[in-house]
Ligand binder design. Structure first.
Ligand code: PLP
Length: 420
């Protein structure tokens, strides 16, 4: 049975391809599901094949290995996963990693050299911001950032500053790194404007974007001018809060150097996790749709509640600029949002401690609803002025809606609000 990707010339949709793409049962005793390949190394059919495979791995011959060599480089379960991940974002190539952070760190290390400047949107996931500011700075790499909602003119100005800084340091702007929406406020980045600004500035560096919050369903950044899309697969793609993994995807010319560094450092995800992620990809569309519908109903309830001051939900944007970015980039509002209560930490803690269905935990994108208090948890170490600038107050709760029954969730939030 060959890998069917089209019927009567019409390309099959990702949700169909997730059931079989990249795997041929005939090669594995007819096993309908892919076996788990627990092996560190692969036997070569001949010495000449071994040589050819190594020429691909070491970059002596372009195009990468045409056969498997060693499981730090790649292996069957991970290759199937990577084939399927590419489909969702319309990418030529994808690389899997043992965590979102290992994907992000290897990506940044691939492109940054001494003296270079990384231009990034703010806020970023705290560990990403930390890697750029604390670790890359040790090697003479600096950064400059712009706020998520920045206009074309503001982005132009920051790119010009980045170029000047890089020239001073004897380097270049090596990457524009975005995260949209930002966590936990859901502020969106205008990726189309960033693309236009980077081109106008004559920069040849890639634009990368962390698409963990809305991808792969509700935002397709490669169609809006990004070159590389980054995921913590731990969140919506894994979707069951039972694994940690990450990925990067994009054109082969951007992925090949990242693959070379992953070959050297390791950090590819393990076969069991790759297998679990293939299972998760079969339902990612169903799960994200249901969670999105639930979030819409829950937010409609919360928005009119007298103890609620506001919502940071992409389905109820108040700002015209943000709405414009949303309309041009997003296909849905997703299911992670911030809830602002009237009051402060005490009111939030009472609410959180009284939830009966929603679990009190960080992370997001799982089948179950989670709630947390960023100011005292994920963003505890962020200085107060920066928290204020990012809009992370003591009265902000972050909620990731799962796939439970919406009425049950509303009943839970209603009774917890009564306790506030
Ligand atoms: C969780 C997360 C990460 C880090 O991913 P891990 O899988 O935990 O390493 C990066 N970016 C965003 C937006 C995240 O939510």
């Amino acid at each position: 049975m060959s890998d069917v990707t089209k019927i009567n010339g019409r390309p099959l949709k990702p949700s169909t391809l997730m059931m079989g793409h990249g795997y041929d049962p005939v090669l594995s005793e007819g096993s309908l599901k892919q076996p788990l390949f627990l092996t560190s190394t692969f036997a070569f059919p001949s010495a000449a094949d071994g040589k050819r495979h190594f020429e691909g791995i070491t970059g002596k011959r372009p195009g990468g290995a045409d056969g498997l060599v060693y499981s730090r480089f790649n292996a069957p379960n991970q290759e199937i996963l990577e084939d399927r991940l590419s489909i969702w974002d319309g990418a030529e190539d994808a690389l899997s990693f043992s965590s979102g952070m290992s994907a992000i760190c290897v990506l940044l290390l691939t492109y940054a050299s001494q003296g270079d400047v990384i231009v990034h949107s703010g806020p970023l996931y705290a560990a990403t911001e930390g890697f750029v500011a604390k670790w890359l700075s040790k090697f003479g790499v600096s950064y400059i950032d712009f706020p998520a909602g920045a206009t074309r003119e503001e982005i132009d100005a920051v790119l010009a500053q980045g170029k000047a800084k890089a020239a001073e340091q004897g380097g270049k702007v090596c990457m524009v790194y975005l995260e949209s929406p930002g966590n936990p406020t859901n502020a969106l980045v205008d990726v189309q404007a960033v693309r236009a600004a980077v081109d106008a500035a004559g920069l040849e560096c890639p634009i990368a974007i962390d698409n963990t919050f809305l991808g792969p369903l509700w935002q397709r950044p490669l169609e809006h001018g990004a070159d590389i899309v980054v995921y913590s697969l731990t969140k919506y793609v894994g979707g069951h809060s039972d694994l940690v993994a990450g990925s990067v995807a994009g054109a082969k010319k951007w992925m090949d150097p990242v693959r070379m560094l992953r070959n050297t450092m390791g950090g590819i995800c393990d076969p069991n996790t790759a297998w679990m992620l293939c299972r998760s990809l079969e339902t990612v569309e169903l799960r994200m749709q249901r969670a999105g519908e639930n979030a819409e109903k829950v937010c409609a309830f919360l928005a009119q509640h007298p103890k609620v001051e506001g919502l940071g939900y992409l389905g109820m944007i108040k700002d015209a600029r943000q709405q414009d970015i949303y309309d041009r980039h997003c296909l849905g509002a997703g299911s992670t949002f911030s809830l602002l209560l009237k009051g402060g930490e005490a009111e939030c803690f009472r609410f959180l401690d009284n939830l009966k269905i929603a679990k009190l935990a960080v992370s997001l994108g799982g089948t179950e609803t989670l709630a947390s208090h960023p100011a005292s948890m994920t963003h505890l170490s962020v200085p107060d002025e920066r928290k204020a600038a990012l809009g992370i107050g003591d009265n902000l709760i972050r909620i990731s809606i799962g796939i439970e029954d919406a009425d049950d969730l509303i009943a839970d939030f209603e009774q917890a609000l009564e306790q506030v």
